[in-house]
Ligand binder design. Structure first.
Ligand code: PMP
Length: 330
């Protein structure tokens, strides 16, 4: 019988799909690594599995233990799936800007979720970082994966995402584009691709305007899962050859185009990464093979990015024609 014993066996090995419509006028190939094919629906399944397995090996996570983590949702889903398989309890801390749908998903998997304010500094006692630290101290037998400092986060990409892309493109990739949150994806995948290509592959980070990676101060932006107001240890500050800053509006419009034109119903950080990838591809020649990683699916954003009222409330819908707005993106 063709059967998998656990969903965990299905983590990774995601497909590479050519973007054919949003690339009109661009001669370079632009290929999307579609991470919503992971069982938890995002790239974060990869780090969840590797962080848990490393903690089991080191003894940091013991049988019957509780996983406590500040997560914007996707890492939580990955951890919840691995935790179910291995019999751990999950306690997640999320900022209040995260879509309610995402929180509901975490609870559906059986996790407990604490919601904290976004508009406070990371060292404020109510910030989602501080609250998770307090829970780790107070909950017995608790383990915090800490995706922002855990070396297994970039390592999972060095061992899976990077080799997959190299093999799928038969070594022809010239540019790798990824949004930067913890920096795990770009640092681990980027390190592998730099090593295997002898430094030939260009690594490009996509960042929301206002975030530290593109020179901002951490000013609030609405795209979820990417950008930071501090420098996490999981981000290799030397890995990116270039950082491209993208506005919320451009990110969200491209996200909507990906659903309508490429049938890729993906999240806002995917739209952001594609805007950066198209800017890079437009400057590169016809021989360029640009791979852009799309971290998650769009179901968690139906009441936001895909909702006209929400878009209008933030001024992202104007009286200009859709074509006019789309033209602004490039
Ligand atoms: N997009 C989304 C939706 C995410 O949840 C994350 C993870 N924070 C990222 C992009 C960025 O990935 P990384 O943390 O590996 O930099």
């Amino acid at each position: 019988m063709r059967v998998h014993d656990s969903l965990i066996e299905l983590m990774g090995d995601t497909p590479l799909v050519r973007l054919r419509k949003v690339t009109t006028g661009i001669s370079a190939q632009v290929l999307a690594k579609v991470e919503y094919f992971n069982p938890g629906g995002s790239v974060k399944d990869r780090i969840a599995l590797r962080m848990v397995e490393a903690a089991e090996r080191s003894g940091a996570l013991r049988p019957g233990g509780t996983i406590v983590e500040p997560t914007s949702g996707n890492t939580g889903i990955g951890l919840a799936i691995v935790a179910q398989d291995r019999g751990y309890r999950c306690l997640f801390v999320v900022p209040d800007k995260v879509a309610q749908d995402k929180i509901n998903v975490l609870r559906a998997y059986g996790a407990e979720v604490v919601v904290c304010p976004t508009a406070v500094s990371p060292d404020h006692p109510n910030s989602y970082y501080s609250v998770s630290d307090r829970l780790v101290r107070e909950v017995p037998n608790a383990w915090k994966p800490d995706q922002y400092s855990n070396p297994e986060n970039p390592e999972s990409h060095y061992r899976s995402t990077g080799p997959e892309i190299w093999e799928q493109t038969e070594g022809r990739i010239t540019h790798f584009v990824a949004g930067v949150g913890t920096g795990g994806t770009i640092s681990g995948t980027g390190r592998y691709l730099k090593e295997v290509s002898g430094g030939r592959v260009q690594i490009i980070g996509a960042d929301p305007e206002g975030s530290v990676y593109s020179g901002g101060s951490g000013r609030p932006y609405l795209v979820e899962g990417v950008g930071e107001d501090f420098w996490p240890a999981t981000y290799d500050t030397k890995i990116a050859d270039r950082i491209v800053a993208v506005s919320d509006k451009d990110s969200f419009w491209m996200t909507r185009r990906l659903a309508r034109e490429e049938a890729l119903l993906v999240g806002g950080s995917c739209g952001m990464a594609v805007v950066a990838a198209l800017r890079v591809a437009a400057e590169a020649g016809p021989d360029a093979v640009v791979v852009v990683l799309l971290p998650d699916g769009g179901r968690g954003y139906l009441s936001k990015i895909f909702n006209d009222d929400w878009m209008a409330d933030y001024g992202f819908l104007t009286s200009s024609s859709e074509e006019g707005l789309v033209g602004d993106v490039l």
